[in-house]
Design a protein around this ligand. Structure first.
Ligand code: ADP
Length: 481
């Protein structure tokens, strides 16, 4: 008999996306079904385009008392079957009726982030406690849902949920939710003697609580799990006590959405020839200013302009490459740090015939960049898994990635039989070295195409990883329920 798993998250593609977590929460459920688990997803109801185009039906309504404020809320179910799984959202207009998932107009996180995150967790649990919604396992995604495992086990008022196993995924261990103890009334009441078990450096700490109380914790790649042992002390402490409770499971990609043969966001879909696919998309993507010869290699970057992504290395490296090699174009898609945005724009202004950029977030442009490029740069300082390298291989683009986290696990250098170019250090010099190697490989046409083909053939879909998730779900269910 099929069992049910509820994913709790703040993002889910295509409803609401800020980064890779949305891709994971939107796609993993689709692949769990064939392993015996019926998935559903719950996220906040934001004021985003996708929500406006859907019909929702209220399935539950109640009042949440949180930090001396009463929030009226409802749980709504999306009536469309298009997603392939049941999709629910928590509707609290005063907290979620906004046009961005995390960021206000000033580019900073919302001031009531604590209320927004805890309300999602508590409303979901309250609904499960008081309705006939049956779940056999709860899967929490990142710190925004980190108190769920603790509250299920010890929160007053959730007694009927105690038997439900919890699974917690670390998508990015650099972010956390920490609330001072003067904000204790955000959480549901629980036995006072347990305070110290969710405390980390004198605050209630969502990640520390999840590390301690989730029945299973995974990071999104094996290497990132190892790296976290040196940077995330609560993980290290709990892992030393019981390593079997922790695992590293690589993300996959939704190979239906990301299919170059069917992708409606592309001006030119893949036909019989990869060369034609690349050339046509390259010509369509690059603006008229650029010297658009079909055989000039295109090297791109897609991502947040953040320290994590090494986005600050791009402009100086590209500038020095352009001083040395004329025969190359660059496309940069991203946004974030305003200083870096200016650096990229200024680079484009100085080399309009060689550099194009799109400052902002645009899903269609991202698909077009994967399709048009020959190489994709990922000079990340750390990378829990990284999805860009997986999308790029699927679209015949060779990833050029720093050896860190999930990039170390998925981008193997072509000189070692892999389908990418990898480099060691997060420095401008090492990035230049890697770009120079890309250009050399491009010139060795036969070898270039062999490497590209290896990437195209690599199975980066969810098939393997979804099976691993389902196996762990099964173990937890046998052990705990
Ligand atoms: P992150 O740390 O941002 O979650 P991932 O590699 O896991 O990084 O996932 C990034 C996802 O966001 C990919 O689907 C990528 O294509 C997408 N993305 C990043 N920046 C942009 C952008 N400016 N426009 C469109 N898509 C973007």
């Amino acid at each position: 008999m099929s069992k049910s798993v509820l994913h709790i998250s703040t993002e889910c593609y295509p409803a609401a996306k800020a980064g890779g977590m949305a891709d994971v929460v939107g796609a993993l459920p689709l692949y769990l079904t064939e392993h015996g688990w019926t998935p559903s997803v719950i996220i906040p109801k934001y004021n985003l385009k996708w929500f406006k185009n859907q019909v929702f039906k209220e399935v539950y309504s109640d009042v949440l008392n949180m930090d001396f404020v009463e929030y009226k809320y409802s749980i709504q179910k999306c009536q469309s079957k298009d997603l392939g799984y049941d999709f629910y959202c928590v509707d609290i207009p005063v907290l979620y009726d906004r046009e961005s998932v995390y960021l206000g107009d000033d580019g900073h996180g919302y001031a009531d982030e604590a209320q927004r995150n805890v309300a999602l967790q508590r409303c979901t649990l309250q609904w499960l406690e008081h309705s006939d919604m049956q779940v056999d396992l709860i899967h929490c995604h990142d710190h925004q849902t980190g108190f769920v495992p603790f509250m299920i086990k010890h929160g007053y008022g959730y007694e009927s949920l105690r038997h439900i196993p919890t699974f917690y995924t670390i998508h990015n261990g650099a972010y956390n939710s920490r609330y001072g103890w003067n904000q204790k009334t955000l959480l549901v009441d629980f036995p006072a003697e347990l305070e110290m078990t969710i405390d980390w450096h004198f605050a209630m700490d969502a990640v520390a609580a999840a590390m301690r109380y989730a029945d299973h914790v995974n990071a999104v790649s094996p290497t990132y799990l190892e790296e976290l042992k040196t940077s995330l002390a609560p993980l290290k402490i709990n892992m030393d006590i019981d390593p079997s409770r922790f695992s590293g499971i690589l993300n996959g990609i939704d190979d239906q959405t990301w299919d170059p043969k069917k992708d409606d966001l592309l001006p030119h879909k893949l036909g019989r020839s990869w060369d034609t696919f690349k050339k046509k998309n390259k010509m369509a993507l690059l603006p008229a200013d650029i010297y658009r010869a079909e055989d000039v290699p295109l090297i791109s970057f897609i991502g947040r302009f953040a320290h994590q992504k090494g986005a600050d290395l791009l402009a100086p490296a590209i500038e020095r490459i352009l001083a040395r090699f004329g025969f190359v174009n660059f496309f940069i898609l991203g946004s974030g740090d305003k200083f870096l945005e200016q650096m990229v724009q200024s680079l484009r202004d100085r080399y309009p015939e060689r550099v194009a950029c799109y400052i902002g977030y645009n899903e269609a442009v991202a698909h077009q960049v994967y399709a048009a490029s020959d190489f994709l740069l990922m000079p990340s300082r750390f990378e829990p898994c990284g999805l860009n390298q997986l999308f790029s291989m699927r679209y015949g683009t060779i990833p050029v990635a720093r050896k860190t986290g999930g990039l170390r696990d998925t981008v193997i250098d072509y000189t070692e039989g892999g389908a990418g170019i990898s480099f060691e250090w997060d420095s401008v010099d090492d990035l230049i070295g890697a770009i120079s190697r890309s250009l050399q490989l491009y010139r060795a046409t036969k070898e270039f195409k062999e490497v590209r083909d290896r990437g195209i053939q690599q199975d980066n879909s969810w098939n393997n990883s979804a099976k691993t998730y389902a196996e762990i779900y099964n173990e937890l269910q046998h052990k705990l329920s």
